[in-house]
Design a protein around this ligand. Structure first.
Ligand code: NAD
Length: 478
């Protein structure tokens, strides 16, 4: 099998090394063989992007609009094929994967529109006779480093604004999902961009990622991934005076208070905690439930969990696919052991499931009698494992919800306007959901968190301009 190549300086360039991409629903199925670039290839991509920047940064807005629209249209036109590939390599269900692909297409179309709306300000000077203009300019070469859990949407929400505002891109996808990254890059490569404006460099974080972080010609890094990697990225970017943006983990609370509609709360919890195999930064991994509804909620949720079908991501009728790989699978099971040893009560799941194909299937898992100081309530598990924390009342629920190192998303299920309004104002998170799962967001509004979850300007929507542009203030005495 020939390895799929990287895209550098407008050419497809194979590397001497390659890695297999394995289907987590069926480990006997090899999705493909993909080049693994060395540092030299990453340097070539950075040089190509640097060379392309002067012309691309001054390109007309019609040209940029047309390219982004063409990419968005092609993604949407091929959503079923791309979604199938994504489900096969990452393990989310075919429905979730097609949904993610549609979102990626919509993001490109959104930023195609934004190109036409790039504006500045003209303001009066405090010194009579002088004109002041405030304009936005692109940054230069941006390195985009992405995780495996949203293999097309996250690259889209970084690549589209980067190109829209006139930057040149070196895209480094996660090792586990090169097939989707490659397919997306083929679409981008066919959309009529000048050579070097967009480059795909598949390879290790410690090689390709490291080159992006330390190279003086890279102006900015946008990263999504784990906290541990994010901390290293921040230190290296600061050392090189690069602009950077980090989107990292979560330990998102879903508060269920006595006045909640039980069926709404159960659906929010089942979706938020277990769909996409719990492999979402916005997953509801802490279910904080007040005394009066606690027992009814746990019983209804465990009943609901019995109906969740865990199986091959490509099979119709599957609700939950496998863990993404052996390492994530082992991490999920290790946290089940940790929870048991900490004294939490395992009321559902907790074991490996055997299906028709060899895959990393984990049963949706629910712990009760969890204290918020237990590791299963503090550390991101990134699997289909949820912890129920019993509290006396709303005030205690809010305090427990905010008692975390993370601050990505926080949800509440309530029928009371008083609780909903208070929670929206006081939840210490970048995103708040009322009677909705913590996971699942729109593509045209800001996405991001606080505390250990995020650093720097928000992604998505008009707020993306904060990261992908720099402001210039010009004074003129006519
Ligand atoms: P990861 O940190 O292991 O890897 C993310 C990316 O960083 C990959 O492309 C990887 O190759 C690269 N990388 C690793 N080491 C590097 C280094 N030393 N230098 C440069 N690059 C390096 O994360 P992951 O396991 O791919 O993704 C899961 C994590 O992503 C979870 O913590 C999840 O919460 C988080 N996530 C956050 C958001 C968000 O928007 N907040 C969205 C999705 C996922």
């Amino acid at each position: 099998m020939e390895a799929a190549a990287n895209y550098i300086a407008g050419e497809w360039q194979a590397s001497s090394q390659a890695a297999e991409d394995i289907n987590p629903s069926n480990t006997g199925d090899v999705v493909g063989l993909f080049s693994r670039a060395d540092a030299k290839a990453a340097e070539r991509a950075i040089a190509a992007a640097k060379q392309a920047f002067p012309s691309w940064s001054r390109s007309g807005i019609q040209q940029r609009h047309d390219v982004l629209k063409k990419i968005g249209d092609e993604i949407l036109g091929r959503k079923d094929e791309l979604g199938r590939l994504l489900a096969r390599e990452e393990g989310k269900t075919i429905g979730e994967a097609v949904g993610e692909t549609v979102r990626a297409g919509q993001i490109f179309l959104f930023f195609a529109g934004e190109v036409l709306r790039i504006a500045g300000e003209k303001v009066a000077s405090v010194r009579p006779g002088i004109d002041i203009e405030i304009t936005r300019e692109p940054l230069g070469v941006v390195g985009l480093i992405t995780p495996w859990n949203f293999p097309i949407a996250i690259p889209a929400w970084k690549i589209a604004p980067a190109l829209a505002y006139g930057n040149c891109v070196v895209f480094k996808p996660a090792d586990l999902v090169p097939a989707t990254a490659h397919a997306l890059s083929q679409i981008i490569a066919g959309a009529g961009l000048p050579a070097g404006v967009f480059n795909l460099v598949m390879g290790r974080g410690s090689v390709v990622g490291e080159t992006l972080l330390t190279h003086p010609d890279v102006a900015a890094i946008s990263f999504t991934g784990s906290v541990a990697t994010g901390i290293q990225i921040a230190a290296k970017c600061a050392a090189g005076m690069k602009k950077f943006q980090l989107e990292m983990g979560g330990k998102n609370p879903l508060v269920v208070v006595d006045d909640a509609d039980l069926s709404v709360a159960v659906e929010c919890a089942a979706n938020g905690a277990f769909f996409s195999t719990g492999q979402r930064c916005t997953a509801s991994s802490r279910l904080i439930v007040t005394d009066g509804i606690h027992d009814r909620f746990v019983q209804a949720l465990t009943e609901r969990m019995k109906k969740l079908v865990v199986d091959d991501a490509l099979k119709p009728g599957t609700h939950i696919g496998p863990a993404v790989d052996e390492s994530q699978f082992q991490q999920d099971l290790a946290y089940v052991d940790i929870g048991k040893k900490e004294g939490a009560r395992l009321v559902a799941g907790g074991e490996r499931l055997t299906r028709g194909t060899p895959g990393y299937y984990v049963a949706p898992t629910l712990f009760t009698e969890v204290r918020n100081d237990m590791r299963i309530a503090r550390e991101e598990i990134f699997g289909p494992v949820a912890a129920v924390i019993r509290v006396r009342n709303y005030d205690e629920a809010l305090a427990v919800a905010n008692d975390t190192a993370f601050g990505l998303c926080a949800g509440i299920c309530t029928t009371s306007l008083k609780h909903a309004s208070h929670f929206k104002r006081n939840a210490d998170a970048g995103m708040v959901m009322v009677n909705l799962p913590t996971a699942g967001v729109d593509y045209h509004v800001p996405f991001g968190g606080r505390k250990g979850s995020s650093y720097g300007p928000r992604e998505q929507g008009r707020y993306a301009a904060e990261f992908y542009t720099t402001v210039k203030t010009s004074y003129t005495l006519p």
